[in-house]
Design a protein around this ligand. Sequence first.
Ligand code: NAD
Length: 488
Amino acid sequence: MIQTQLYIDGQWQSPIDRGTRAIVSPADESVIAQAAEATRADARLAIAAARKAFDGPWRQTTIRDRAKLLNKLAELIDRDADKLAHLESLNTGKTLTESRTDMGDIAATFRYFAGLVASESGAVNEAPHHVISRTLREPVGVCGLITPWNYPLLQAAWKIAPALGAGNTVVIKPSNLTPLTTHHFTQLVAELDLPPGVFNLVTGGAEVGAELAESLDVDLVSFTGGAFAGESIMKAATGNFKRIGLELGGKNPNIVFADADLDAAVDYALNAAFFHAGQVCSAGSRLMVEDSIYDAFIGRLAERLPRIVIGNGFHGETQMGPVQSAQQHEKILGMVQAGIAEGARLVHGGKRPAGDVYKKGYWLEPTLLADVTAEMKIAKEEIFGPVITAERFRSEAEALRAANDTPYGLAAAVWTRDLDKANRMSRALRFGTVWVNDYHPYFPEAPWGGYKASGIGRELARIGLDEYTELKHSYINLAPKAMGWFGA
Ligand code: NAD
């Protein structure tokens, strides 16, 4: 049985009150690990260690040292990629293929930020000859990093790599449902010769996250998760006006025009919605199809859905695993029922699959609800499960209006062969990412984040590093002379 501990001030340790939490496999509800469950008191120790390390010799590290550190971590992730992918699938239920892809993306993220850090040099500004004026990027300080359960190590990597690369110290708190890969990553960090306190792991629940958000010794909180927690973090951050980055939920329209390549659009509509059983912040669960092809499109999806292989993420033939928790399972089924009550037509799914292997674990059939209208709750709220809701639209203007009529703004996709329409739509959609004739690709070079209630700030790309820095104007007068302005 895996047992995890906290990592504080360079030491592995148990929580002060010895708390533990059973970590459960979403595939069969068996206990797969006992994780350390920290409290606020442990978080305070970790914050103090990170504060001390930031105010100590860590400040003297060069960009070369830090780029080397990120490259070394990428190497260690590659070395342990199989083990990490196994843990991620065990803990989240996602297929091993998806977890392996995550590990490749995680190593790429560390390498990308290593390159970016190494290229940082600040700027010398135009100024009088006796003045040296420079614009410098400096670390923010102690960073509290709070991550969700759907992409545990990937979301952590998007934060850890730029935070350490910019010269900050870190306290990370993964979701207490899925701490296993972040714990293993911390073992990789512990192999290196970092000063104590530079990197700290505190596994626990909301109270640990709240301590990070409230602490006056934390200078920045970067959070990925739901709107409810995001709101409380934003409020808590006012205590010392700490920097905040929020990556929140989404309600992401996948808009198919009649002139699209329909073979590709049908195929990607399934990828958009059922990747990781729909538990993706950018999942394309809100399908919008032009009236003239709507019935045929729904028919083609209906043919494909029963053929999706649901099963244990470790089995090679599995295409979709379970959802992550009993709570999610119940919530998703509740939303499907609410959609049917509002008038949506259940085309497929909406229940636990039949068969003995699905009796234990959090299994759901891939679900299609057709004839959804923009006013329905299921067209507005994030479902975060394997559910497509399909709406019909009659014109480009109607599609645009309905797609933008949501508090969220994370991602959207448009399918059309008309380049002019593609361009118009991608400009007019109010979302942080707009894909045309594709769904889901992201990479470290491009920014990730949301408009409106999908968050504040961006991860990845240069901006994803800049968010972990303060900008300083350094002005040095080499030949000061009295001005004689006052009372001379
Ligand atoms: P969650 O908000 O319940 O939890 C996220 C993290 O915050 C966990 O570590 C949790 O323990 C912690 N937390 C909970 N309450 C807190 C509080 N009051 N103060 C501080 N920390 C607190 O989210 P979740 O259920 O783990 O993740 C699912 C959500 O995450 C979905 O809404 C999804 O869309 C979103 N998400 C967004 C992105 C993105 O890039 N925008 C990526 C992944 C997930």
